[in-house]
Write a protein that binds this ligand. Structure first.
Ligand SMILES: C[S@@+](CC[C@H](N)C(=O)[O-])C[C@H]1O[C@@H](n2cnc3c(N)ncnc32)[C@H](O)[C@@H]1O
Length: 439
């Protein structure tokens, strides 16, 4: 079949990695642009996706390996070969795909990209790697960036912030995230849903941390989950499922979810009060806002969804204060790297300062909207203190009406302010929570 109709999954993967590394696209958009949809056989699509995500996960290590195998970096016009080599090195060093197949299939792609002259180069580099794999892998042990496969700036912050944990954090970041579910308690109890999973031969375990949580033994496509389309269950890691109980919503209260898309926590708050509340979901990005509407439609929930900027409350707020505010702030996503390995390539050190300033601005803008005695839960999926306890510290230093409430739980680590869940803790994503009350 011509390449335009049914491309090679390996080529789709390598083009996607190039789009992430060179053009700054996130992995979903990069895979889409690289032609994932043209892979009509789901096995090919999932193969392309796994090579792309695996290469991104090990990018810094594979790049170090490749630079040892090349006399000099490939010129700009041949960056496509660089990425073909990286994806091949990923398959050779991190998977058990037959080696001769990886080499021959990768080399054969030079015909598709019309660079037949590169056949010898690709062959030589990959065979050279196979001959010297042990020696080369020992050599990269000298570099923490290469062994941990994290960018230097992030590794430095992790080492400074988590001197006892950074090695475990980076190891957890390089694992594949589990698939966890949130049972919609308005449709069925967790026990009832566990029975449905059992009938569908899906092995799983119940979360001991949240009553709604289930983690699958092996991830599966959402379409194979019983009752997914009817809203009986949603995909959500266990750590974000903590938000609904930490927010402590009581029936009849007015609640604002200030940064709501795609609406996972909004829906959980609704479920936890059986819809007996006045819930407003606010979102800045109109495209992401559509995802809130789609999710609410799938679940059959009716709530108020507003498009607006949480920093500019005068443009959407009608003046009636809220009992509860959830601020699930935009952040670096450094707690969910195991789920989104592209974060290691896309984030820059300078992003952290910008995000911390935005988080503080959001807190300050939303505070006047909270009733006296009301609670605001601040959450991020970041593990960087600058975005978490330091943001709360700056906020509390200037806001006399705010007090911090203790979060007394048996998971995560208590910090100067709030609690930090590190990735892998009880198999959860990395998350930060701090609960503030208006005095
Ligand atoms: C961490 S995500 C929220 C995830 C969501 N709470 C959930 O559980 O599904 C942060 C969201 O905040 C939105 N956002 C960023 N800046 C915002 C602002 N100034 N006002 C409102 N929403 C904003 C982003 O577009 C993004 O959808």
């Amino acid at each position: 079949m011509p390449e335009s109709k049914q491309p090679s999954p390996r080529l789709v993967a390598s083009r996607a990695v190039q789009l992430v590394a060179d053009k700054g696209l996130n992995s979903d958009n990069a895979l889409a642009e690289a032609g994932l949809a043209k892979l009509t056989d789901p096995r090919n699509a999932s193969f392309a996706k796994s090579i792309c995500l695996g290469t991104l996960r090990w990018y810094h290590q594979l790049d170090a390996l490749l630079s040892m195998l090349l006399d000099k970096p490939l010129p700009r016009k041949n960056r496509d070969l660089h990425f073909l080599l990286l994806t091949a090195l990923f398959q050779l060093s991190k998977t058990d795909i037959a080696r001769h197949g990886v080499v021959s299939e990768t080399v054969s792609l030079v015909n598709v990209i019309k660079k037949k002259w590169a056949r010898g180069l690709l062959n030589a580099v990959l065979r050279n790697y196979l001959r010297q794999a042990d020696k080369l892998e020992k050599r990269i042990n000298n570099s923490a960036t290469a062994t941990s496969s994290h960018p230097e700036w992030l590794l430095t912050i992790l080492q400074e912030s988590w001197p006892n944990d950074w090695q475990e954090i980076t190891a957890e970041n390089n694992k594949q995230a589990p698939l966890s579910l949130r049972v919609n308690c308005l449709s069925n109890s967790r026990d009832e849903y566990l029975e449905l999973l059992k009938s569908a031969n899906i092995s799983c375990s119940s979360s001991e941390i949240v009553a709604s949580g289930i983690t699958l033994e092996t991830p599966c496509p959402v379409e194979s989950l019983p009752g997914f389309n009817d809203g009986q269950v949603s995909i959500q890691d266990i750590a974000p499922q903590l938000a609904a109980s930490l927010l402590d919503v009581k029936s009849g209260q007015r609640v604002l979810d200030a940064c709501a898309a795609p609406g996972g926590k909004t829906a959980h708050i609704f479920e936890s009060t059986a819809g007996n509340l006045e819930l407003t979901a606010l979102e800045l990005d109109p495209q992401r806002l559509q995802r809130i509407n789609q999710n609410m439609q799938r679940l059959g929930f009716e709530i108020e969804v507003l498009e607006g900027d949480a920093c500019k409350t005068e443009s959407w707020w009608q003046g009636k204060q809220f009992d509860r505010i959830l601020l699930d702030a935009p952040c670096s996503g450094t707690g969910v790297i195991r789920r989104h390995p592209d974060i290691k390539l896309l984030r820059r050190k300078s992003d952290i300062e910008r995000l911390a300033a935005l988080q503080l601005e959001l807190l300050r803008a939303l505070w006047p909207l909270l009733k006296s005695g009301g609670k605001l839960l601040y959450a991020t999926c970041s593990i960087l203190p600058q975005e978490n306890e330091e943001t709360i510290d700056k906020f509390l230093a200037r806001e006399e009406t705010a007090i911090e409430l203790n979060i007394d739980v048996h998971y995560g680590q208590s910090r100067q302010h709030g609690i930090q869940i590190l990735p892998g803790d009880h198999n959860m994503d990395g998350f930060f929570y701090a609960c503030l009350q208006k005095n």
